[in-house]
Design a protein around this ligand. Structure first.
Ligand code: ATP
Ligand code: MG
Length: 402
């Protein structure tokens, strides 16, 4: 029985003017996709809202799924009913009574939003009519009204086609729906930062594919397995993501053997950027994403960041550039990647670490170093060995833990 109405709100898309429909349609597609495992749910778009028809049990599951969909600002489980004050108040009384039983006392208010301008009462009048009926029944049991600091809010939406009553808003991720801004390629290591930067671009409407530079010859398979798990965790926010894995050991060995020790990490990074750019072009991605943040480590000084991104004629997005580690960790915990990231697995950049890495590399000397090893040939070889992992296929095999 479909006796519940999901009320799905979006904020930023609402400001989109003429393009609004494009964003709304993309959000509806993403919502349907995220709910595809729930049978008997119908999604429709009505006047700046998206509504779902569903039963109570599935409504709870749906809320969980929707918490992974960028673009949604909040979701409520509501009940569609006649715009009749007595009926609405009766529902309100039963909801408030449950809370009163738990708390002993309760401050509450009624808030109405009326998009049906032909409805004969104003929002304030509806608040008053419904609120006074509830107070009439429950004031003697410890209920009082607080408009500024209510512990419980009964919300009423009077739309053109229907009236929905609900008592809870679950916050969503906000931002823009994935797919509305094109595709980018994220350099995903097993660290804490790059999963957060990947997520940030997803909430700006990008579908984010990832690329990982793997040195299992020296470091074993642990890093690879970890990045696959991170990529799958991140793919839950978008779907249809791919992970490209590039064998990086030959390039690292050549840099170690032929180039200056102090430039090593910046030279690795220049090769990562070049290879990422080549994959991005091939896969129609319009920018690279990294988890770099100014000054976090020696390779991320202003000079070194510039010496790396200048090798690619493509936008490089660094959404964490001004964030400190503490903020990044809070974000990583929120999106569920932190616990995976802190598993001990060395990144390929950490092997053959020089004792004095440069913090002020000079392009002239980097280019001289690059004349000392056949980077073009090694790059072509590495690109020829790319492994492509379709992250949706892995999700069909088994579910990630919640
Ligand atoms: P993270 O926590 O993301 O690993 P970090 O602080 O360890 O960041 P670095 O190791 O200096 O920083 O890496 C900076 C950025 O370079 C990473 O955020 C990531 O975007 C990219 N990167 C580093 N190593 C790899 C790798 N093995 N594969 C793909 N990208 C990488
Ligand atoms: Mg790292």
């Amino acid at each position: 029985m479909q006796n519940r109405t999901l009320l799905i709100r979006y904020d930023e898309i609402g400001l989109k003017g003429r393009n609004r429909r494009h964003f709304e349609n993309q959000l509806v597609r993403n919502i349907r996709n995220s709910l595809k495992r729930i049978k008997n749910i119908q999604i429709e778009k009505i006047h700046g809202r998206i509504l779902g028809r569903v039963n109570l049990v599935d409504a709870e599951n749906a809320i969980k799924c929707l918490s992974f969909v960028p673009g949604i600002s909040s979701v409520s489980i509501g009940i569609t009913m006649e715009p009749d004050f007595d009926e609405i108040a009766a529902l309100g009384i039963s909801l408030v009574r449950d809370k009163l039983k738990q708390n002993g006392q309760l401050k509450f208010c009624v808030r109405t939003r009326r998009s049906n301008k032909f409805f004969p009462s104003s929002s304030k009048e509806v608040d008053f009519e419904v609120g006074s009926r509830i107070m009439g029944e429950l004031s003697s049991e410890g209920l009082s009204v607080s408009l500024n600091h209510p512990e419980f809010t009964l919300e009423i939406e009077i739309g053109v086609q229907e009236t929905i009553v609900f008592d809870n808003r679950v916050a969503g991720l906000s931002g823009l729906p994935v797919g509305s801004s094109g595709q980018v390629l994220s350099l995903l290591s097993g660290g804490i930062d790059s999963p957060v930067s990947t997520f940030k671009l997803m909430t700006r409407g990008c579908r984010v594919h990832s690329i990982f530079f793997d040195n299992r010859t020296f470091l074993g398979r642990g890093g690879y397995d970890k990045v696959v798990r991170l990529a799958r965790t991140l793919n839950r926010f978008q779907g249809r993501g791919k992970l490209y894995v590039i064998p990086f050991q030959d390039i690292q060995v050549a840099i170690r053997d032929f180039c200056s020790d102090s430039n090593r990490v910046v030279l690795y990074r220049r090769m990562m950027y070049r290879i990422s750019h080549a994959i991005a072009e091939l896969k129609k991605c319009d920018g690279l994403v990294t988890g770099e943040s100014v000054g976090q480590v020696a390779s991320q000084t202003l000079k070194n960041l510039a010496a790396v991104s200048c090798v690619v004629p493509m936008s490089v997005f660094r959404p964490l550039i001004g964030m400190n580690k503490h903020e990044i960790i809070l974000n990583a915990k929120k999106i569920g990647t932190y616990e995976i990231s802190i598993e001990e697995q060395p990144d390929c950049c950490s092997i053959f670490m020089p004792s004095h890495p440069t913090t002020r590399s000079k392009i002239k000397y980097l280019e001289l170093d690059e004349k000392r090893y056949p980077w073009e040939k090694l790059m072509v070889e590495a690109l020829g060995m790319v492994e492509t992992i379709n992250l949706d296929d892995l999700d069909d095999l088994d579910d990630l833990d919640d």
